[in-house]
Design a protein around this ligand. Structure first.
Ligand code: FBP
Length: 338
């Protein structure tokens, strides 16, 4: 009879601790939240649940009929992909069922969705970011921003509840559906990353206390639009080349942002002839990543010295130029606009 010595098993690879599950982490850190009464924790869990369903569909996209265009356009005139619409349904349904969200702002919905309940939170979400990469199996993502409503729970939703500055976010983050699926978020107390373990159906803490390097050598911008860049952007682009920086542009904001968060770098979507105000939407693309970047020690602005989180929104789908990443790289890029 083979005797198994528990200590050797304990220290062996097969018994390696799997890490802190997202649920446990949220519970352990709940006291950090302002008004900590479990609702925000549940809301984060609802987002995680919806992302697992979307992840399952993204992973088998080639096998089921969810590739390609949906034959509809969203309110900003973008061709909607089937997965855009499906992801929007999945997140809206999970958040409505979860009951912690009073109103939902989505890239795929013209106006905000009033969930007619006495919940305390408002969420802005890009259910599927990187639509142009869906059909070609390149990393895509989901971006979310969470605010506390301004008016009393149960009252009709007011503009003040919806058009809040990014600096009012109580939590924000993204899900990256890539070679592995990750959820990265902040509640204003640093940034933590969790990797999805499909066989257990759970996220585990894999990147605690994420910090972006102060400087880097990677720039992410669609140079295909360079002819219509303004002089500031042309100047900074030339500077990056003179410094022999590496150009990396996946075309999925979440994936480009995540790489730069880990390695140091800058992502820029500047004003172009096609998008004179930039392409990206303030409420459900830029605010969340600006909050994560700042919490990780980075910077986010419109290039002209305006902090993204201080921009007062005037419309649900307003666009802004977006400069985000390593502190010193964003400062350098801004210097070309002075
Ligand atoms: P979607 O949310 O509609 O996908 O738009 C945003 C986005 O796809 C970003 O993920 C990406 O960085 C950018 O637009 C790519 O735009 P372009 O193709 O003009 O460079």
């Amino acid at each position: 009879m083979i005797s198994i010595n528990s200590t050797s098993i304990e220290s062996s690879r097969i018994a390696q601790p799997i890490g802190t599950a997202l649920d446990r982490f949220i519970k352990n850190n709940q006291s950090q939240f302002a008004f900590a009464s479990g609702e925000l924790s549940q809301l984060l869990r609802d987002i995680a649940l919806a992302s697992k369903v979307v992840n399952r569909e993204v992973n088998k996209a080639g096998l089921i009929d969810i590739m390609g265009a949906n034959g509809s356009t969203n309110n900003t005139g973008d061709q909607q992909q089937k997965l855009d619409v499906l992801a929007n349904i999945r997140f809206t349904r999970a958040l409505a069922k979860g009951g912690e969200v009073a109103a939902l702002i989505s890239e795929e919905s013209e106006s905000f969705v009033d969930l007619n309940n006495d919940a305390k939170y408002v969420i802005a979400i890009d259910p599927l970011d990187g639509s142009s990469n869906i059909d070609v199996n390149v990393s895509i993502g989901t971006i979310f921003s969470i605010y506390r409503r301004k008016t009393l729970a149960g009252m009709p939703i007011q503009e003040a509840d919806i058009l809040q500055k990014g600096s009012e976010q109580v939590a924000a983050g993204y899900i990256l559906y890539g070679s592995s699926t990750m959820l990265v978020y902040t509640t204003g107390h640093g940034v933590n990353g969790f990797t999805y373990e499909p066989s257990l159906g759970e996220y585990f803490l894999s990147h605690p206390h994420m910090e972006i390097p102060l400087n880097g050598k990677i720039y992410s911008v669609n140079e295909g639009s360079a002819n219509s860049f303004d002089d500031g952007m042309k100047g900074y682009l030339q500077y990056c080349k003179d410094c022999s920086y590496t150009g990396r542009y996946i075309g999925s904001l979440v994936a480009d942002f995540h790489r730069n968060l880990l390695k140091g770098g800058i992502y820029i979507y500047p004003p172009t002839a096609k998008d004179p105000k930039g392409k990206l939407r303030l409420m459900y693309e830029c605010n969340a990543l600006a909050f994560v970047a700042e919490q990780a020690g980075g910077k986010a602005s419109d290039g002209m010295g305006n902090r993204i989180l201080d921009i007062q929104p005037t419309g649900l789908h307003q666009r802004t130029p977006f400069f985000v990443g390593s502190m010193e790289m964003v400062q350098k890029a801004e210097s070309f606009y002075k």
